[in-house]
Design a protein around this ligand. Structure first.
Ligand code: NAD
Length: 323
């Protein structure tokens, strides 16, 4: 799809903040109508206001509260989109919503694990399932599924676990690649792109805590502080003499650093995604770190989870998530 103009309607999940918000802003700036869902109405209202500041007159930006992990809510979102935009088809579907979490399969809470998997994989499945009829009804349609570098490298570094997120993002990659052939054979007017970002500066860490119902760092109870203290020590941080409040502040700092010290902003990431869609690319690596990781994993998959791999990675990118 070459143009995102006023003849197009884009549906976007997780448009409350981060890359979803920036995708909505850039699409609407070109005149494309946008329908957003998220679990935060307040954040979506801000996104809509930002979109309307720069969108041409007549551009419609609708918002709807829905949890992508619920197929029922995604059907309700689809019906709301059809009503709000008086639409019998859509042209773009961005399955972007996601959370982190569900790190350790061994030690973690199974409820958190299943929620992360349900949002990151279920969200993509439910989005495609709910909106397929409106895509099929379109003269040309494009599905853009957000995976991650964790869709081909199931790690953040050898000292930490990342099981639910990686399992879900691998599923998104497998499904999207399989859809390429399915669309080619059964719906040739539809295309699919798989988005694999590296580290992008967003609030995904704090948003994850909110979705999983976890307290903010400043409110962490003492037993949770102990868990964080142990985890940080295992990751090599010097915790000598740190009080509970010091640990809480250090955790908050890590969350802030994820957003402020990333090599790529959410706005630049959204531009790379939209460029990839315009060029008809099915494989969209976002950021230099993602491109380097892709190259290194392909070159030596057997060693991808070893310390020596991290040395190679860090020699070529500023990859540092503190894990
Ligand atoms: N930030 C990164 O470094 C990075 C890297 C690779 C992939 N990703 C992926 O990019 C996508 C966007 O993430 P982001 O970094 O912009 O994060 P973000 O937290 O800023 O944005 C994600 C949005 O999804 C919403 N959301 C969360 N759970 C939801 C649910 N169940 N239903 C509906 N909406 C929900 C959040 O409220 C938020 O507005 C995610 O799929 C994420 O996994 C992010």
């Amino acid at each position: 799809m070459k143009r995102f103009d006023s003849a197009k309607l884009a549906v976007l999940t997780g448009g409350g903040t981060g890359m979803g918000r920036e995708l909505a802003r850039q699409l609407s700036k070109e005149g494309c109508h946008v329908a957003i869902c998220d679990v935060s109405l307040e954040n979506m209202e801000q996104t809509r206001a930002l979109c309307l500041e720069s969108a041409p007159d007549g551009t419609r930006v609708s918002i709807f509260e829905a949890d992508v992990s619920s197929l029922e809510q995604m059907f309700a979102f689809r019906d709301a989109v059809a009503r709000a935009h008086n639409a019998s088809c859509i042209h773009l579907l961005f399955n972007n919503a996601g959370i982190a979490g569900g790190s350790s399969f061994v030690q973690g809470d199974p409820v958190d694990w299943e929620k992360t998997f349900a949002v990151c994989w279920g969200g993509v499945y439910n989005g495609c399932r709910a909106f397929l009829p409106l895509l099929l009804a379109s003269p040309e349609g494009h599905v853009v599924n957000t995976s991650s570098v964790n869709g081909f490298w199931a790690s953040l570094g050898p000292r930490s676990a990342n099981t639910a997120y990686s399992a879900a993002k691998f599923a998104v990659k497998g499904f999207s690649e399989a859809l390429l052939g399915d669309f080619r054979n059964n719906a040739p007017h539809l295309k699919v792109s798989l988005v694999m970002p590296g580290h992008i500066g967003t609030s995904i860490v704090s948003n994850t805590a909110r979705v999983l119902g976890q307290p903010e760092p400043k409110d962490l109870p003492p037993e949770e502080v102990e868990r964080v203290r142990k985890q940080m020590a295992e990751l090599g941080a010097d915790m000598t003499g740190m009080s509970d409040d010091d640990v809480r502040r250090a955790l908050q700092q890590r969350m802030d650093d994820f957003r402020t010290k990333a090599p790529l902003s959410a706005a630049d990431a959204a531009s790379q995604i939209l460029d990839g869609v315009r060029k008809g690319r099915w494989r969209i690596l976002v950021g230099d770190d993602a491109r380097v990781l892709d190259e290194l994993v392909r070159a030596d998959p057997e060693n991808a989870y070893e310390d020596s791999f991290m040395e190679l990675l860090r020699a070529r990118t500023p990859w540092d998530l503190g894990v």
